[in-house]
Design a protein around this ligand. Structure first.
Ligand code: NAD
Length: 268
């Protein structure tokens, strides 16, 4: 495992998930440091992970080879501007903050810094995440490898070579969990209207989503082929799929994902 020391600035939900993932993957606890505003938050982190903690961001950053900026977007400017003087020259900075651009990170931290902008999603909290990563030109291949190790500890991670593609990542995986939740919500409700009791409808829906996701991720063929294989001619599934397609589901999903991209651009 890597010899790098990682400082988590802002030990909240996302930082805890990454710390948990790294420890599960064998990262030595003595190479992890976490900071937060209050000692109370930090005592929970210490109890859970047995890692070093401090309320002093400078102290953590001074020791760190990798600095994970896990604070909320609205405090990022204040935190990074304050920290810039303590960052080691070869350190790698990774931001998980939604909507904070590379230009802002460089302006607040320094143009010379190696910075990765990441876009993790909520299932990362269960170490089942899908993250998009974008690096500035200062980031070396070793730094990229290190970043992969960190994000693979909470799921899968994919690099994009243009920052604008982070908006596409947001439309696919950032907002994506909610699309599936919506479909589950609708299927549960319709199942109940078709006569199933609510709990039966809920459990059948959720297990079906899990089973379909596992088949799609574990199979060597793509989702379209899996769908074709379980759609018998003139069968029930064919009737349902035909209805989805004739009623414009593909166009609707495209419209919704474009709306997510537009909103992401507006917010940045
Ligand atoms: P959170 O509120 O759980 O954690 C933020 C932590 O930052 C808190 O523990 C707080 O004490 C600490 N903090 C605040 N000011 C600080 C300061 N000056 N110095 C040190 N620590 C400070 O939030 P979260 O859900 O973990 O989100 C953190 C970041 O992750 C956000 O920027 C968010 O955009 C990004 N993110 C989160 C998710 C998610 O699923 N939770 C998904 C994608 C991106």
């Amino acid at each position: 495992m890597n010899e790098s020391t990682i400082a988590f600035i802002g030990a909240g939900n996302m930082a805890s998930s990454i710390i948990g993932g790294l420890i599960n993957n064998g990262w030595p606890t003595y190479q992890l440091i976490a900071t937060a505003r209050t000692e109370e938050t930090l005592s929970d982190i210490r109890e859970k992970f047995n890692i070093e903690t401090t309320v002093d961001n400078h102290q953590a950053v001074g020791k760190a080879d990798v600095i994970m900026l896990c604070v909320k977007p609205q405090v990022m400017k204040e935190v990074l501007t304050d920290l810039s003087s303590s960052i080691k020259p070869n350190a790698l900075i990774i931001s998980v903050a939604a909507g904070i651009t590379m230009e802002s990170l460089q302006k607040w931290g320094g143009e010379h810094l190696s910075i990765v902008r990441s876009m993790p999603n909520t299932p990362s909290l269960l170490q089942c995440g899908a993250s998009g990563l974008y690096a500035n030109n200062n980031v070396s291949n070793d730094h990229k490898k290190l970043t992969d190790d960190i994000f693979n500890a909470i799921g899968i991670a994919k690099w994009v070579d243009q920052e604008s593609l982070i908006d596409a990542v947001i439309a696919v995986s950032g907002s994506g969990p909610a699309y599936y939740f919506l479909l589950m919500e609708i299927m549960e409700q319709v199942g109940s209207r078709l006569g199933l009791d609510n709990e039966t409808s809920r459990q059948l829906t959720l297990q079906t989503a899990l089973g379909a996701a596992r088949m799609a991720t574990e199979s060597s063929v793509d989702a379209a082929e899996l769908r074709r294989r379980i759609t018998s001619p003139k069968g029930t599934t064919e009737q349902a799929i035909k209805t989805f397609q004739e009623q414009g589901l593909p166009e609707l999903v495209e419209k919704a994902m474009n709306a997510a991209v537009d909103r992401s651009i507006e917010l940045a």
